[in-house]
Design a protein around this ligand. Structure first.
Ligand code: F6P
Length: 547
């Protein structure tokens, strides 16, 4: 059954939210905290290892009630059922969206076109498990009989970002295998990686759902050519495995069918790390940790499916994001993890969020008359504090920010962790409270700053505060908690797409550039420029003349 096509701006709750916004837009969070000492108690969710404090937002109970009303009016509950039940909610590609099935327990019964998909999923999981164990334990060997030391994941977009982010995030749990990622069609990327490799001891995992992606096929060809400089054609089967839905193209490339890890059309690229696309994760941290990642995601799925909207982490975070995006006019959101391990979280979520919700046509086929997808950016704290936090604190733009921190460090360094976390807490407090002119003046008085200097400097040292933040305080960066965190953002994407009345699971917007690149490549090869706008012609002729 199709998803509903309600334009959210036509709902009664949207109109109420508009009026409510008029009253609340200039509200001071500091005042709200002063008036209600139990605010943090009211606006937080505690679930498993997660404490989510969303009290530092420009909201009151009425805001949250109206936002939940909006979710109800846009039939979110019904959409969640369709999502988990495998309905074809990716209507423009006529596909189900079932990445949640990949992390369901063996006892689940999830039907796609009348067939339970769980046995097939577990068959592939078993294959991932035994392959991982053979490689990690050194039983599977390269063409000269040596065990593998290095793994190279060749893929791009969802076939790269998820595995690369998780392998980096779970570095603490890693085994001896060195895992590399080649994604960009830029030859310098692949050549720099090749320099680090010994063909005798390197395993290549080609990840491409379609097995037609230019970047991945080009990099795979380059690597195969390099490999064949020292090995024979028959050895390719020992060193190359693939993850794809396109078995025909994979075998044509020379990969043994037994070395193909299948995936399914109902797994979107940017939601695929839970499938065999996560093979390099399993190789890097072992199958048990990969499985724990899946279990954590499954727990978040249950929370999202069963919890009431007002106590549901993905729903609440999605609603808050809509509040700022559609009523305050905020354009972007920052995601700041206070752990270096999550340095690739923001780039990963950029694809997840922006490829999914960067849409301007509603599910009714009409252009939307409101804002959709938020711009996502971020870097770990404390580094980001010394880079772009100035703009969040004192710039002209409103940037709602998620702060993600962990109670316990992994390497147990108390001194570092306490310093890190004091920054974590200090930033959201500073963004909330700001610093008044009176406070700045009091500091000047204490420091004995001259009245002339104080009068000049004072306006620059004032912080307006009232900047919204969510704090996600998680017990520790374990595979389970990382799985839950990723699934949280996946469901946030879903909720926003449903309310914005857009299709979150297609990505037609990436096609045009691909088409043009193909015809421009033909022109470059033929050294003959066809019809273009004058700027493109001008640039192409400069390139051809000087290359
Ligand atoms: O950029 C478009 C896209 O289709 C992404 O959605 C996908 O993750 C990526 O390309 C890679 O696709 P494939 O896995 O088919 O090579």
């Amino acid at each position: 059954m199709a998803l509903n096509t309600t334009n959210p701006t036509t709902t009664a709750s949207w109109k109420k939210l508009k009026n409510h916004f008029e009253n609340l837009q200039n509200a001071s969070m500091v005042t709200m905290f002063k008036e209600d000492a139990s605010r943090a108690n009211q606006f937080h969710i505690q679930w498993n290892d997660f404490l989510v404090d969303y009290s530092k937002n420009i909201i009151n109970q009425e805001t949250m009630d109206l936002l939940v009303e909006l979710a109800n009016e846009t039939q979110l509950k019904d959409a969640i059922t369709k999502y988990f039940d495998g309905d074809s909610i990716n209507q423009t590609e006529n596909r189900a969206v079932l990445h949640t099935a990949l992390r369901s327990p063996a006892s689940a019964n999830i039907k796609f076109e009348g067939e339970n998909v769980i046995p097939e999923i577990f068959e592939v999981k078993d294959k991932i498990k035994s392959f991982t164990n053979e490689v990690v334990n050194g039983y599977r060997k390269g063409y000269t009989g040596k065990a593998f030391t290095d793994v190279v994941n060749i893929g791009i977009g969802g076939s790269d970002l998820g595995p690369a982010m998780v392998v980096e995030a779970l570095q603490y749990y890693k085994n001896h295998l060195d895992v590399h990622f080649v994604s960009n069609v830029d030859g310098d990327h692949v050549n720099e990686i090749i320099k680090k490799l010994n063909p005798e001891t390197t395993l290549f995992v080609i990840v491409s759902k379609t097995f037609t992606t230019q970047e991945t096929l080009t990099n795979s060809e380059t690597i195969r050519k390099w490999f064949l400089q020292s090995a024979s054609k028959e050895d390719v089967a020992k060193h190359f495995v693939a993850v794809s839905t396109n078995i025909k193209n994979v075998t044509e490339f020379g990969i043994n069918e037994s070395n193909v890890f299948p995936m399914w059309d109902w797994v979107g690229g940017r939601f695929s790390l839970w499938s065999a696309v996560g093979l390099s994760i399993s190789l890097a941290v072992g199958f048990d940790n990969f499985d724990k990642l899946l279990k954590g995601a499954n727990q978040m799925d249950d929370h999202f499916k069963n919890e009431s909207f007002d106590n549901n982490i993905p729903v609440v975070l999605a609603l808050l994001s809509i509040w700022y995006n559609n009523f305050f006019g905020a354009e972007s959101e920052a995601i700041i993890p206070y752990t270096q391990y999550l340095q690739k979280l923001a780039p990963y979520l950029q694809q997840g969020i922006m490829e999914s919700n960067g849409k301007s046509v509603g599910r009714d086929g009409k252009p939307v008359n409101y804002q959709t997808g938020t711009i996502i950016w971020g870097e770990p704290g404390t580094n980001s504090q010394h880079a772009f936090f100035q703009l969040i604190h004192q710039g002209t733009k409103l940037i709602p920010t998620d702060f993600i921190g962990f109670v316990k460090p992994l390497n147990g360094d108390k001194d570092h962790h306490d310093k890190l976390m004091s920054n974590f807490f200090a930033q959201t407090e500073a963004l909330l409270n700001g610093k008044t002119a009176a406070q700045v003046q009091a500091e000047f008085d204490k420091q004995g700053v001259s009245p002339e200097k104080a009068a000049f400097l004072l306006p620059f040292k004032v912080f307006s505060g009232n900047k919204p933040t969510n704090t996600l305080l998680i017990q520790q960066l374990t595979p389970e908690n990382l799985g839950s965190l990723i699934a949280l953002y996946e469901h946030k994407i879903f909720v926003q797409g449903i309310i914005w009345n857009i299709f979150s699971y297609d990505q037609w917007g990436v096609e045009l550039g691909k088409q043009l690149a193909t015809s421009i490549l033909n022109e470059i090869n033929a050294e003959k420029i066809n019809n273009h706008d004058s700027s493109t012609t001008f640039l192409l002729s400069h390139f051809l003349k000087n290359k």
